[in-house]
Design a protein around this ligand. Structure first.
Ligand code: TRP
Length: 348
């Protein structure tokens, strides 16, 4: 892949080999290309090298902003788990579970809440950002402020040392580490920690933009689903925004602001990426040509996902069963940690 300005993003911190990997996602339904490239790709990579991996639906976290209407969560969750599997996350080897089905998360959340300084929580950048961005929702609630405390419980309860996440979650994990240290400082015996400090596990997956140039998100209606049918994907790509400064065919373009270019970087072979970058900057190719070239590699990827999903959907009970088994396993591991936690604090 060619080095471009757009690629010169933050360097990755040196990574240790993960032992136990844990990560979660709020249940938003069918997965889109942004979910895959921003999170799932990293999960799949981390799970390959870790000894053990746990992946869960953060359904309680969904309530922190969508508390008014939780009715859609179970169906969204089922779609999400099935898409994880279809995208290549192995549900037999890794543990899949539902956060709200492992009550120990709530117990650890409560205990961590007792030692979580409000100032730390108010300083987490996503706290103010989200309140500003989601103005249509009232986020002045205790649960929303406590979002990163619950997230700390989610990972600490499994002794996770590595948490594959997108860059947007790094500040939550910083808080998680500080909170774990504070816990160990108060309740560790003879300097021995009770909880493990979690580190973000960042992968250099390509960044993706939504079809309107904003962050790809279901709520912006600018997302392409992983299993979207080819006709619908083709139509939506053909009308997608490109470089807004490129008004005429012979104006030179700026790939680094174009959602189509970002998709090329994630889906096209290196020679093609090079070709469209040079072609765009020199006005050698037009946006329509560039979009058609993208479809050549994107449509087969969507088709592959669709086939995998269709196969899963032929066995409707299978995903539920895997999640049921995973949840039992998660509960056992979480309870082991809680035994240690209760004992360290004298609640036996
Ligand atoms: N905050 C994450 C997100 O918005 C979801 C999440 C909840 C999570 N608990 C977690 C991620 C624990 C990693 C580890 O995507």
């Amino acid at each position: 892949m060619s080095e471009t300005a757009a690629q010169a993003e933050k360097p990755l911190a040196p990574r240790r080999v993960p032992q136990r990997v844990v990560s979660g996602m709020r249940p938003t339904g069918r997965m889109h290309l942004g979910n895959y490239n921003g999170a799932l790709r990293g999960w799949i990579e981390a799970a390959k090298v870790a000894r053990e991996s746990f992946f869960f639906s953060a359904d309680w976290h969904a309530l922190t902003s969508d508390y008014k209407d939780p009715a859609g969560i179970p169906a969204a969750q089922r779609e999400m788990f099935a898409d994880w599997i279809a995208a290549g996350l192995d549900a037999e080897k890794n543990v899949f579970f539902i956060q709200s089905q492992v009550k120990q998360h709530a117990e650890l959340f409560l205990l961590l809440g007792m030692i979580a300084p409000i100032g730390w929580l108010e300083r987490v950048p996503t706290y103010k950002e989200q309140q500003e961005q989601l103005r249509d929702k009232d986020l002045n609630n205790y649960g929303f402020l406590g979002y990163p405390v619950l997230q700390t419980a989610d990972v600490a309860i499994y002794g996770a040392d590595a948490v594959p996440v997108g860059q947007d979650q790094v500040s939550h994990l910083e808080l998680a580490r500080e909170l774990v240290r504070r816990f160990n400082h108060f309740y560790g015996k003879e300097g021995k920690p009770v909880l493990v400090e979690p580190h973000p596990y960042l992968t250099d997956s390509p960044k993706i933009l939504g079809l309107d140039g904003r962050k790809m998100s279901k709520s912006y209606n600018n997302a392409v689903e992983l299993g979207e049918d080819p006709e619908s994907a083709r139509k939506r790509i053909m009308v997608a925004v490109t470089d807004p400064a490129r008004k005429r065919r012979n104006d030179p373009g700026h790939p680094e602001v174009c959602p189509i270019y970002y998709l090329h970087r994630a889906y096209s072979p290196p020679a093609r990426i090079q070709e469209v970058e040079v072609g765009c900057r020199s006005a050698g190719i037009g946006c329509v040509d560039c979009k058609k070239m993208l479809l050549e590699s994107l449509l087969p990827a969507l088709e592959k996902h669709r086939a995998a999903r269709a196969e899963l959907d032929r066995h409707p009970g299978r995903v539920d069963e895997l999640v049921r088994l995973g949840t039992e396993k998660a509960r056992r591991v979480a309870e082991e940690t809680m035994v240690k936690v209760r004992s360290a604090m004298g609640f036996e």
